[in-house]
Design a protein around this ligand. Sequence first.
Ligand code: FES
Length: 159
Amino acid sequence: MQKKEPKIIAFCCHYCAFTAADLAGTMRLQYPANINIVRLPCTGKVHVNMLLQAFVDEADGVMVAGCEPGSCHFLEGNVRAVKRVAFAKEKLREAGINPERLEMFHIPASDGPLFAKSAEEFTHKINQLESSGNTEKDEPDSSESGAGNIIKDKPQCCS
Ligand code: FES
């Protein structure tokens, strides 16, 4: 029986990671086909609820890929994204979802190979989590847990 590919959502900044993904394609670099790219003007547009909703919608992993520190076209969008990813990881942990399923990346527009490598490695990590089943890290903290409950209360997050 063929192994199920994990569903991975990649929120990519238009100016860097999305361009790098495009470049990877132009360079004919292989990266997993299960990466579903959502293009954003900046990772600063990623809200915690978007990240959590991806898991409610049965994503196995979520990547947030923005410009390198100091290179954001909107100055601090990627800094905000780092904080939101950290906050969302806390919420995932509380819901009993392994926070390693969510990761922030910084990928310059000119680095197609880095995008392909990051996508490959992240998919490999998610595959390992999938094959290890519900490990301790995936166990819920409380009885009211699971992806369906993680956005029950609107997260109070950093700006
Ligand atoms: Fe790329 Fe802000 S413009 S992360």
